[in-house]
Each structure stands twice: as structure tokens, then as C-alpha cells.
Design a protein around this ligand. Structure first.
Ligand code: HEM
Length: 141
């Protein structure tokens, strides 16, 4: 990601963070509309899950300029996700749900430039998680 893309993602995440619970709720609604079979993987009450998602996104987004600082956390997260049974296709679905929800919340601000920056941000994160899940599926259990 370029420094400009990092700055844009950070600035837009700042806007979303003001209503992070509504953002996370919208994300899960969109995700389960895209693929209802994913719903049973999650707890019935998503309130704790919503907070965790936003916290991790904030953690990674604040470190986009130096991903080495959080790569161990991201890899451990990826290994845990392999143990939850998350597949590569699921990462694609989550990416679509995330970009759709960003568009819903950011409106006109979510232009082509922003879409490209966020897609790269999610892709980088997902690739690192998938790679870690592939390498350590047994250790993740
Ligand atoms: C960048 C992508 C993702 C991030 C940042 C993320 C973040 C998180 C976090 C922070 C947790 C809390 C538990 C833990 O730390 O291990 C979690 C749990 C979970 N995530 Fe993800 N996740 C991502 C992708 C996915 C995908 C693609 C799926 C597939 C549907 C998924 C399904 C789950 C499930 C099933 C749980 C466990 C729920 C539970 O039983 O409490 N996640 N995720």
C-alpha cells in the first residue's frame, strides 16, 4: 500500500470508529445475507464479536505503515481461524461484506480510490491470515 492509501484508510476508519457498533452490526447483517451458511459458525449473541472485530481492525490499521509490528498477531489470528473451519472462499465473502458495509457507511467518500485502498488493506490482512492457517492448522486447534 502507498503512504497515500494508508492515510486514506486510516482517515476513513476514524469516521467509522465513531459508530463502530453500528458498522460492525451492518457488516454481520451483510455477511449473513451474502452467505447464510456462515451464521451458525458464530455465537447467537454477536455483541462481543462486534467489539473484537473492530478492535482488531483498529490494531492493524494503526500499524499499516509497519506491518512487521503486528504480523505475529495477524498470523496467530489466521491460525485460530483455520481451527474455526474458515475457508479461503469465506475470506472472499468477508471481503465483499466488508467493502459493501464500508460503502454503506462512507457514501460518496467511498470512491474508486478508497475502494482500491480498502481492498488492498483487506487483501493484505487476509493473505497473511490464510498463509498462517495453511502452515499451522494443527497448532491452531
Ligand atoms: C481480516 C479478516 C478477519 C478478522 C480481522 C477477524 C477477526 C476476528 C476476531 C478478532 C475474532 C475473535 C476470536 C479470535 O481472536 O480468534 C474472530 C473470531 C471468529 N471469526 Fe473472524 N476475522 C476475520 C475473518 C474471518 C472470516 C473470513 C471468517 C469466516 C466466516 C471468520 C469467522 C470467525 C469465527 C467463526 C470466529 C469465532 C466466533 C466464536 O465462536 O466466538 N472470520 N475473528
Amino acid at each position: 500500500m502507498t503512504p497515500q492509501q494508508i492515510a486514506l484508510v486510516r482517515q476513513q476508519f476514524g469516521l467509522i470508529a465513531r459508530s463502530s457498533d453500528a458498522f460492525a452490526a451492518g457488516f454481520y447483517d451483510t455477511l449473513f445475507t451474502l452467505d447464510g451458511t456462515l451464521r451458525p459458525m458464530f455465537p447467537a449473541d454477536l455483541s462481543a464479536q462486534r467489539g473484537k472485530l473492530v478492535k482488531v481492525l483498529a490494531h492493524v490499521i494503526l500499524s499499516l505503515h509497519d506491518l512487521g509490528a503486528v504480523i505475529d498477531d495477524v498470523r496467530a489470528l489466521g491460525a485460530r481461524h483455520a481451527s474455526y473451519g474458515v475457508t479461503i472462499t469465506d475470506y472472499d465473502t468477508v471481503g465483499i461484506a466488508l467493502l459493501t458495509t464500508l460503502g454503506d457507511h462512507l457514501g460518496d467518500r467511498f470512491d474508486d480510490e478508497a475502494q482500491a485502498a480498502w481492498a488492498l488493506c483487506y487483501g493484505t490482512l487476509a493473505d497473511a491470515m490464510i498463509e498462517a492457517g495453511r502452515q499451522a492448522p494443527a497448532a491452531a486447534a
